[in-house]
Design a binder for this molecule. Structure first.
Ligand SMILES: Nc1ncnc2c1ncn2[C@@H]1O[C@H](COP(=O)(O)OP(=O)(O)OP(=O)(O)O)[C@@H](O)[C@H]1O
Length: 367
């Protein structure tokens, strides 16, 4: 006779088509109960995943019927909701703040008008560089900007903004405690890099990471912000899911280099956001062409060319910018003064300012 553990193990084969993650882990299937020869599960799919319902029901049924001694499967369907249960612990869908079987709505951050996330499929393509410079460029247009560095595994924003040695103040008592962002280059910054020893590797389990990101969203004294830019870790993991499920966003920017390996991963990330009902503002191609310092009129397409445009066209989204590979960008990043501040007349800084103007139109933050 099958046990509840075996039923749970069988259900791990049922996956979300977008993220590839299993539904127990996502909290979309509640832990199965076995009642004699019958297995009972509760399915709580967020509205963006309703199109997968028939397949999921069929696969869950098949997985459970394959167990010894089970000849009946009962699947209870919870009411669809606008967003999935971001705050619920793994495997506890249906018990979030929305009540039994109800998944909570995405919660805006008090005082914050817009949230824009910067993502990439692959690491090292310049996602943090784009997030930091975009935030500074938006601030230069007069907006009140926050930067949430949610790249928990490799938080680079504090170094790029010259605040790596600062420790944020904590205000308030008990459950009302809030973290006070560090000001730098005209923006308010929060990062795991400000809370941990930079030399310690960070090994987070999914549920912990979920909680940390939610704390960064809601337990930070953001004050009044026209926009908070979120620097996500690369890939399609817990941080992306948590953010997409927790907070309403103006949209996501997908950063890629023109290289095929970077594009393939970016394509996956982009598809995941679209499938989750998150608006994709467009693609930023970084490292488009190398500008040699001794021949600034030249461009060398070290990583190929045209990849960002292809990706944008395939997905039906805008190509927002093509940023060159330029020494001042790397130097500025290492020195703690982003290129839009340190070298505002450089080709890349001007491209960032154009990008910020474009983003301000696409996501009208000053509305
Ligand atoms: N356009 C550019 N020109 C020159 N150097 C760049 C450019 N974009 C990024 N870099 C440099 O490349 C390195 C990686 O950039 P960055 O940290 O922004 O990438 P990432 O995608 O955020 O990486 P991770 O996956 O670690 O989060 C940094 O040293 C940065 O200064």
């Amino acid at each position: 006779m099958a046990t509840a553990e075996q039923a749970q193990a069988a259900l791990t084969a049922v996956k979300d088509a977008g993220s590839g993650r299993n539904l127990l882990e996502l909290g979309w299937i509640q832990e199965p109960r076995l009642q004699g020869q019958r297995a009972v599960i509760r399915l709580a799919l967020p509205s963006f995943a309703q199109s997968q319902r028939d397949r999921i029901v069929a696969e869950a049924r098949e997985a459970l019927l394959s167990l010894e001694g089970i000849d009946d499967v009962q699947i209870e369907l919870a009411q669809p909701a606008a967003a999935a249960s971001a705050g619920a612990p793994i495997g506890a869908a249906g018990h979030g703040p929305g009540g039994h079987g109800q998944l909570p709505e995405r919660q805006p951050i008090p005082g914050v008008r817009q949230v824009i996330a910067v993502s990439s499929g692959k690491g090292g393509v310049g996602k943090s560089t784009v997030a930091v410079n975009l935030a500074c460029a938006l601030a230069r247009t007069g907006l009140r900007v926050g930067l949430l560095d949610a790249d928990i595994y490799g938080p680079n924003a504090p170094t790029m903004l010259g605040v790596a040695d600062r420790t944020p103040e904590v205000r308030g008592e008990g459950a009302g405690q809030v973290l006070v962002p560090i000001p730098s280059c005209g923006i308010a910054v929060v990062s795991m890099g400000l809370l941990i020893d930079a030399n310690q590797p960070v090994i987070w389990r999914g549920p912990m990471l979920n909680g940390i990101i939610r704390q960064f969203l809601y337990q930070v004294d953001w004050g009044e912000r026209d926009v908070v830019v979120v620097d996500l870790p690369p890939g399609t993991g817990d941080a992306q899911l948590t953010l997409a499920q927790a907070v309403p966003m103006a949209g996501v920017i997908v950063v890629t280099t023109p290289q095929e390996v970077s594009l393939a991963d970016a394509r996956r990330g982009l598809a995941m956001f679209l499938q989750m009902g998150v608006n994709v503002l467009g693609v930023v191609e970084n490292m488009s062409g190398f500008i040699p310092p001794d021949a600034p009129e030249k461009r060398y397409p070290i990583f190929g060319s045209g990849g960002g445009a292809r990706l944008a066209e395939e997905a039906g989204v805008a190509l927002l910018a093509e940023l060159p590979l330029e020494m001042p960008v790397r130097e500025a990043g290492d020195s703690g003064r982003p290129v839009v501040i340190a070298e505002p007349d450089s080709v890349t800084a001007r491209a960032f300012l154009d990008l910020a103007a474009r983003i301000a139109t696409l996501a009208p933050v000053a509305a």
